[in-house]
Design a protein around this ligand. Structure first.
Ligand SMILES: Cc1cc2nc3c(=O)[nH]c(=O)nc-3n(C[C@H](O)[C@H](O)[C@H](O)COP(=O)(O)OP(=O)(O)OC[C@H]3O[C@@H](n4cnc5c(N)ncnc54)[C@H](O)[C@@H]3O)c2cc1C
Length: 469
């Protein structure tokens, strides 16, 4: 027989979303336990790897709420409902303030509007992973200490497996722990397992046919357990088909110095990306997140390359948190170079005439202001297109890097899990990367991973605390 524990709230996952929900619920008088599958003192998760920028749609999280609501609606083409967009816009700033009260430190990293509220200290400016002692790591440790002071607990080596459902309501869960199976009976469960960016099976099912050919630009710990459990409990989903990520050097597949940074987004949105046939296949002007999704969906996601000239390498190449120029070649990433496009095509092993024709059509469209007529059309509302004319020409073989999944469990403004028809499932909540409907959608609009953790974590806890015990 399995052991049984009784608490008020069980949280699945000790990332930022789970730790916000747990601390807020404990602050409001609930007995809380967080179950974390990782066994290490500093178990890995996306919140530990994070760059730490609290923003909304790459804007200042403290800016006007109505403008932020509009930005979310516009970025996602209306996929995020007005109510949920408002929830993020209004509670984004509140989650930063609440975290400050919890002892989290924020700083302005630079003048960019979306980097005014960064968890401190920010990552070191160098290629490759560096999370130890940085903002995400420090904040998680602070939140764990706070939870313990509030008589809550974070239990490592504890993998949630099945929800306890009775009469359509969630009454806890069953977890696997070193001593065996333990049943946690509770009036509420918060799923905060980080979504499914670490599950090749689920990425194959929902996002692209060859996930083994995309780089998991994440901790690999979000394996879709929460989604699987929620589906079994009758939950609905929203927007499972896209992800937040960046375009990386193809060498990142095997060279750990080339992820999570540098990425190629700042180059490609002023240049072009071609497939193995030497033709463009995506509107580069929609930015790196959109292009990464398009690359992931190619029949062979390891077959595209960014094509640029020396002027772009010296301009966009030098932009970004950890600029590709010079960090990409310094960290061992391939950059092919040639004096002619034909020579570049030969190095890439693609048809030279096709590549020359693609670049000529692109250059002509810039000169003639007809980028909208290209196939696929090229928009310039966010990024100007730069001609590819100045030798040497460069090619950078690419891969798509997935940071986190955009879609997940459908939720309402209290972070309650919803059925497909929109009814709340009593006792079941989702927060952070486990949620769906808060970003992405057909426009693949990026809203922000950290703000989702703060907002849904707070909302879930406050709704749980508002119910009669
Ligand atoms: C390199 C990088 C840079 C980023 N930079 C930014 C940024 O600057 N700004 C921004 O807004 N976003 C950024 N993000 C995204 C952001 O960090 C994530 O969206 C956010 O941290 C997700 O938090 P979470 O709590 O939902 O998931 P996670 O932090 O991944 O936590 C989920 C936890 O659940 C645990 N878990 C999973 N399954 C189970 C189970 N069955 N039982 C028990 N435990 C389980 C996992 O082990 C993990 O610890 C970045 C992400 C990465 C990887």
């Amino acid at each position: 027989m399995s052991a049984q524990q009784n608490v008020d709230v069980v949280v699945i996952g000790g990332g930022l979303a789970g730790m916000v929900a747990a601390n807020r619920a404990a602050q409001l008088g609930k007995r809380v336990v967080v179950l974390e599958q990782g066994s290490e003192e500093r178990y890995l998760c996306n919140s530990r790897y994070t760059g730490g920028s609290f923003h909304i749609c790459i804007r200042d999280i403290m800016s006007d709420e109505a403008a932020l609501t509009r930005a979310i609606t516009e970025a996602t083409g209306g996929f995020v409902t007005e109510k949920l967009a408002q929830m993020i816009a209004v509670d984004g700033r509140r989650s930063v303030r609440w975290l400050q009260e919890e002892g989290a430190r924020f700083m302005r990293a630079d003048v960019a509007s979306h980097r005014g509220w960064m968890l401190a200290p920010p990552p070191v400016v160098r290629p490759g992973l560096n999370w130890e002692g940085r903002g995400g790591d420090v904040t998680l440790r602070q939140l764990e200490a706070n939870l313990v002071k509030r008589s809550g607990a974070l239990l490592r080596n504890s993998r949630a497996q099945t929800l306890i459902m009775e009469d359509g309501a969630c009454h806890g869960l069953v977890a696997q722990q070193p001593e065996g199976e333990v049943r946690y009976r509770a009036s509420a469960v918060v799923i905060a397992d980080g979504g499914f960016p670490g599950s090749l099976d689920m990425l194959r099912q929902y996002i692209c046919p060859h996930p083994e050919k995309i780089k998991l630009r994440n901790a690999g710990t979000g394996r879709g357990d929460g989604l699987r459990m929620a589906l079994a409990a009758g939950a609905g989903t929203k927007g499972l088909g896209s992800f937040y990520g960046h375009v990386l050097s193809r060498d990142a597949m095997t060279n750990d110095k080339l992820w999570p940074y540098p990425y190629l987004d700042n180059i490609l949105h002023t240049a072009i990306v071609v497939g193995p046939d030497g033709e463009r296949f995506v509107d580069e002007g929609r930015g790196g997140v959109f292009v990464a999704n398009a690359i992931a969906r190619l029949p062979d996601p390891l077959s595209s390359a960014v094509i640029l000239d020396q002027a772009i390498w010296e301009a966009g190449g030098r932009q970004g948190i950890i600029a590709a120029n010079p960090h990409l070649p310094l960290a061992g990433g391939s950059t092919l170079k040639a004096d002619t496009l034909a020579d570049l095509a030969r190095q890439l092993n693609i048809n030279a005439t096709r590549l020359e024709a693609t670049v000529a059509a692109y250059n002509q469209a810039i000169a003639g202001n007809t980028l909208k007529e290209l196939q696929p059309a090229r928009r310039t509302t966010r990024y100007p297109a730069q001609p590819i004319v100045q030798a040497p020409f460069h090619a950078i073989p690419t891969c798509a890097g997935i940071t986190n999944t955009f879609g997940g469990i459908a939720v309402n403004e209290h972070a309650q899990a919803l059925t497909e028809s929109g009814a709340a499932i009593a006792g079941l909540y989702a927060a952070g990367g486990a949620t769906g409907g808060l970003e992405g959608g057909p426009e693949i609009g990026y809203v922000g991973g950290l703000v989702k953790c703060g907002v849904t974590g707070l909302r879930a806890a406050e709704h749980i605390a508002s119910l009669p015990s």
